[in-house]
Design a protein around this ligand. Structure first.
Ligand SMILES: [Zn+2]
Length: 433
C-alpha cells in the first residue's frame, strides 16, 4: 500500500547530489518500498527480528543486490551478505546495518545503513569503478532486541560472540524458545551458530545510521562522525525499609525506601558531569511495593543505566552512583542491595580513522562534527574485532523508534557520498597493505 513516503522524500530531492553515479531517486524508491513491508496504520513499520516481515524485507534487498551485480548469500542466522569482488582479493571492506524494527518503528533506523551501502555499489556499477578489494553489503538479523529482550543477535552470531547456553535460555515475547523461532524462520540453532565467520575475511566495517538525537540538527549539519559507541552498565538497586499505614505511622522514625530512592534519583542525575562531558546516568524503571496509596512502601527496586565513551570514566561513575545509593539509604535508615547486572565495554573509533573521515567530510564541503553514539549498533559488535567507522545523518527532532522518524532525502544522499568516498580511500589503503 502506497503510504506517501516516496512523494515526501522526493520533495527533499536535491538534484545536485545526483553525481558520481549516485541516484537520490533510486534511494528514495527503495526506502519507500521497504516502508511498505510490515507497514502500520501510523506510517511506521512492524518488522520484529526473525518475523515474516523482516525476512520479506531482506528478500527484497537481496533482489536489488543481485541486480546491482553482487553475489548474495544468507547465513544460518539470517544475515545477508552481498559481495562485490575487487581487483585483488583479501579482506573485504564491509558496510551495512539491519532491516528489523521495534514495534511500530520508523522507516530509517536500519534500512538507511543497508540502502546507502547498496547505493555505493550501484554508483560504482554506473561509473564502471571496480573496487580495489572486495566490498560487502551486510544485513544483520534481529538488531533491535524487541523480540527476545536481547538485541544485536545477527552480528554477534557472525562474530561468534554468543554463548550457546545464554541463547538457549532466550524466550520471545510470546514465550517461545529461541530454537523454535529460528526453526520457523527456516534455519536451525546449529546453522545459527555455524554462521560465525572467519573474521579475517572482513578488514573493515562501516555503518551509516540516523543520529537518533538532535545534535546535528542543532548544528545545522547533514551528517557527523561517530567518535565511539558508549557502553551501557546497568546497576540494579533495591532499597528496603518497613511498610506501615500512611495514617497511623508518625513521620518520625519512618524507614521509607521511596524517600531514600527519591533522594538517590535526584542526586544521581547530577553525578555524570563530574566524570566526563559525555557521561549519562538514567533511572527509567522504578518498582514500588506494595504500591498502595495509603501504604508506606516496603521496597523500591530500580535500575540505573550508566554510559560513556570512556570506560574508565563510565566505571568511575558506576562507583559514584553506588556510593550515593549507600549514603541515601543510610541517611533514611533503610537497607540497600546493589548489583552490577550488566556491563558492556564502550567501543571507541580509532583516531586515525576519525582523521580520515574528517578529510572525507571536508572534501564534501562539510564541517566534520564528531559525536558519541549513546545507543548500541551492529558496529559496536563488529568494532570489537576489526577497525570500524560510523557516520550519523541528521534526524528530524531527534525522533526514532517511532513512525515520525524522519531524515530528508538530501541528508540520506549525503550519507551515500560520505560512505562512498570513505570506502574508496579505505579500500585503496587496504589494497596497498
Ligand atoms: Zn538501528
Amino acid at each position: 500500500m502506497e503510504n506517501g513516503l516516496l512523494a515526501r522524500l522526493l520533495e527533499g530531492h536535491e538534484k545536485a547530489l545526483d553525481r558520481d553515479g549516485v541516484s537520490g531517486t533510486r534511494l528514495a524508491e527503495r526506502l519507500a518500498a521497504l516502508s511498505e513491508i510490515g507497514d502500520t496504520a501510523e506510517g511506521g513499520v512492524d518488522r520484529t527480528g526473525f518475523s515474516f516481515e523482516e525476512k520479506q524485507a531482506k528478500e527484497q534487498v537481496m533482489l536489488w543486490m543481485r541486480e546491482a551485480g553482487l553475489d548474495v548469500r544468507e547465513d544460518g542466522a539470517g544475515n545477508v551478505i552481498g559481495r562485490l569482488e575487487g581487483k585483488s582479493d583479501g579482506p573485504a571492506f564491509a558496510a551495512g546495518s539491519h532491516v528489523d524494527s521495534v514495534p511500530n518503528g520508523g522507516n530509517f533506523d536500519g534500512p538507511l545503513g543497508v540502502l546507502t551501502a547498496l547505493e555505493v555499489a550501484e554508483a560504482w556499477k554506473g561509473t564502471g569503478f571496480v573496487p580495489p578489494v572486495p566490498y560487502e553489503v551486510l544485513i544483520f538479523s534481529e538488531e533491535e532486541g524487541s523480540r527476545f529482550g536481547a538485541g544485536i543477535l545477527g552480528s554477534q552470531a557472525m562474530t561468534g560472540d554468543l554463548d550457546r547456553a545464554a541463547v538457549d535460555r532466550l524466550t520471545d515475547n510470546e514465550g517461545r524458545p529461541f530454537s523454535e523461532v529460528i526453526g520457523d524462520y527456516g534455519s536451525s540453532e546449529e546453522a545459527f551458530f555455524a554462521s560465525a565467520r572467519d573474521l579475517a575475511e572482513i578488514g573493515f566495517y562501516t555503518e551509516v545510521h540516523i543520529e537518533q538525537g538532535k545534535l546535528l540538527e542543532a548544528a545545522d549539519l547533514p551528517a557527523g562522525i561517530v567518535k565511539g559507541i558508549a557502553g551501557p552498565a546497568w546497576l540494579d538497586i533495591r532499597f528496603a525499609g518497613s511498610a506501615g499505614h500512611a495514617g497511623n505511622t508518625p513521620m518520625a522514625g519512618r524507614r521509607d525506601p521511596l524517600v531514600a530512592a527519591g533522594r538517590f534519583v535526584f542526586e544521581a542525575s547530577s553525578l555524570p558531569p563530574s566524570v566526563s562531558e559525555t557521561a549519562v546516568a538514567t533511572v527509567g524503571r522504578l518498582t514500588v511495593s506494595p504500591n498502595g496509596t495509603n501504604v508506606i512502601p516496603e521496597q523500591v527496586e530500580l535500575t540505573v543505566d550508566i554510559r560513556d565513551l570512556d570506560k574508565d570514566a563510565r566505571d568511575a561513575l558506576v562507583e559514584k552512583v553506588w556510593e550515593t545509593a549507600e549514603r541515601c539509604a543510610a541517611e533514611r535508615g533503610v537497607q540497600v542491595e546493589l548489583e552490577l547486572a550488566s556491563s558492556i565495554d564502550p567501543v571507541p573509533v580509532e583516531e586515525s580513522i576519525r582523521e580520515e573521515l574528517r578529510e572525507v567530510f571536508r572534501a564534501e564541503g562539510l564541517e566534520p562534527m564528531e559525536l558519541m553514539s549513546g545507543a548500541g549498533h551492529d558496529a559496536m559488535i563488529l568494532g570489537r574485532h576489526m577497525p570500524m567507522a560510523m557516520i550519523f545523518v541528521r534526524s528530524q527532532d531527534g525522533v526514532s523508534h517511532n513512525p515520525a522518524e524522519w531524515t530528508d532525502l538530501s541528508d540520506c544522499v549525503q550519507g551515500v557520498h560520505l560512505l562512498k568516498k570513505f570506502a574508496e580511500r579505505q579500500m585503496e589503503r587496504m589494497a596497498g597493505k
